[in-house]
Ligand binder design. Structure first.
Ligand code: FAD
Length: 461
């Protein structure tokens, strides 16, 4: 008699060893005897930017919702991040946010909106360290996936074809489940088509946003009361934004952004001039005195792109998640949290499967994932569509216009009301549903109390 096991199968494969892949592997490790993460990069031993994640050198906000999922999956992660130099942040107290007319009021007491601010390589490396400790997970590095394998009747995926990049050899690996987490440049739609299936249709909303990022050393005595600072763009005409975050090593990551092809420059003097053009001088004043510690690095692959896997028939035993399905414009800081939520959808879906099942119904997973991604997609594409230069922009319905009018008013009120700002952060960081913004007390404060401040002098706290 075969031994009884609560595992779903012997082997699961994850394509891509970045945030979505690592979190998926963590979840799969509970349900499969073995999990293999295939990654084309040589994953570094220390926190370093790497080629396969070209956005590594750009700033990465970790939302409170994303962090709470990380904590649920890796109970030691907070301790590890802290030990590695990541800086704890309370978003209600230590995030300073400028939008037309002023800076937000900040909360006086501690909130539950907490996570860490650090560089993207440090965060990814810390998660990777945690995953490496799982006894049934292995990394297959410098190994590029080049296609999917299937059964003779082409109804089920049975594994992957890979190229070992150092030996230039190809190989086949079999598995009961294959998870694509290969990011924005995922080739899975072509692989599926090669098996005879219709590839998922894509929706693209491109705001032509460019980032330019540089790291600076913060001089002693220059410590401020903020840990993250954002001077926000304002559609339809103000295309520019500035983002500053304290990170490990007493450094600060400074990013300029421009919508509609108003790309920030890479030359030092022009970078400073762009910073100076922001509607608040705080960003410029901070970096002007600071010591640069890196070159200025650009990133322009920022379009929102959704593959609608939920709309097509898929072979069993193959699912896709993370940026491979839903790649979002980075300004809204949602991507890693969306990946963490995707891993939770995977965990829930796996929990509904029967042990030693021969076919996992991929379509059900993709439908649940589409529901999970929907709000973030609406936020990013809805805001980006307010710029006339955005390609693929959606036309706002009367409801959207009403909602925007209300939230624009609410944002104005956050200049004087810290509680409203905390509510806005709870929704933006996906900790609470947007319904919070329509609680009678919030509506009352937004619509009836206070006056819109148009005072230029209120730019600076
Ligand atoms: C400029 C920029 C700024 C961003 N800022 C934020 C932010 O502030 N907050 C936030 O939450 N998110 C942010 N994001 C989004 C975030 O980077 C992603 O959402 C997050 O990394 C999750 O992506 P992923 O794991 O699905 O894919 P990726 O991180 O892109 O990783 C894909 C992985 O798959 C590997 N791979 C690809 N193809 C193959 C193959 N054929 N075989 C083997 N391996 C393969 C790659 O090497 C890589 O390791 C930003 C993105 C950009 C572009």
């Amino acid at each position: 008699m075969p031994e009884k096991t609560d595992k779903l199968g012997n082997h699961a494969i994850v394509i891509g060893g970045s945030i979505a892949g690592l979190l998926s592997a963590r979840v799969l490790a509970d349900k499969f005897e073995r999990v293999t993460i295939t990654e084309r990069d040589q994953l570094p031993e220390t926190p370093e930017a790497r080629k396969g994640v070209p956005q590594s050198s750009q700033p990465h906000i970790l939302f409170a919702r994303g962090y709470s999922i990380l904590e649920a999956l890796f109970p030691e992660i907070g301790k590890e991040l802290h030990a590695a130099g990541a800086i704890p942040i309370d978003w209600a107290r230590e995030f300073h946010h400028y939008n037309p007319g002023g800076w937000n009021a900040t909360a006086e007491s501690a909130s539950e909106l907490v996570s860490f601010t650090c560089t993207r390589p440090l965060l990814e490396w810390t998660i990777r360290q945690q995953v490496s400790q799982l006894p049934n997970v292995r990394f297959l590095k410098r190994c590029r996936v080049i296609g999917l394998l299937c059964n003779p009747s082409r109804t089920q995926v049975t594994g992957i074809s890979v190229r070992h990049l150092d030996e230039s050899t190809t190989d086949e690996l079999s598995a009961q489940l294959v998870v694509d987490a290969s990011g924005r440049t995922s080739q899975a739609p072509h692989w599926i088509e090669n098996l005879g299936f219709t590839p998922p249709p894509a929706t693209v909303v491109n705001p032509f946003l460019g980032y330019a990022t540089r790291r600076y050393r913060i001089s002693p005595g220059e410590q401020s009361d903020w840990k993250v600072l954002l001077v926000e763009h304002t559609p339809p005409h103000n295309t520019r934004l500035g983002y500053l975050a304290q990170v490990e090593g007493e450094e600060c990551i400074a990013t300029l952004g421009g919508y509609g092809g108003d790309y920030p420059p890479l030359d030092n003097e022009e970078f400073l001039a762009f910073a100076r053009s922001l509607p608040s001088p705080k960003f410029y004043e901070t970096i002007r005195r600071a010591q640069p510690t890196s070159p200025i690095q650009a990133h322009r692959a920022t379009a929102n792109r959704m593959y609608h896997y939920e709309r097509v028939n898929l072979p069993a035993n193959f699912v896709a998640l993370g940026d491979a399905v839903c790649a979002l414009c980075p300004v809204y800081g949602q991507g890693m949290t969306v990946s963490a939520m995707s891993a939770m959808v995977l965990q829930d879906w796996l929990g509904r499967q029967k042990a030693n099942s021969h076919a996992f119904n991929s379509s059900r997973f993709q439908k649940r994932l589409a529901q999970s991604n929907a709000q973030s997609w609406l936020v990013a594409t809805g805001q980006d569509s307010r710029f006339p230069t955005t390609q693929g922009a959606s036309k706002p319905s009367w409801f959207t216009r009403l909602f925007r009018g209300y939230t624009d008013r609410l944002v104005q009120r956050t200049h004087e009301d810290a509680e409203l700002h905390t509510h806005l952060m709870e929704v933006a960081q996906m900790v609470k549903s947007p319904a919070v913004l329509f609680h009678p007390q919030v509506v009352l404060k937004t619509l009836l109390e206070g006056r819109r401040s148009e005072s230029v002098s209120s730019w600076e706290k």
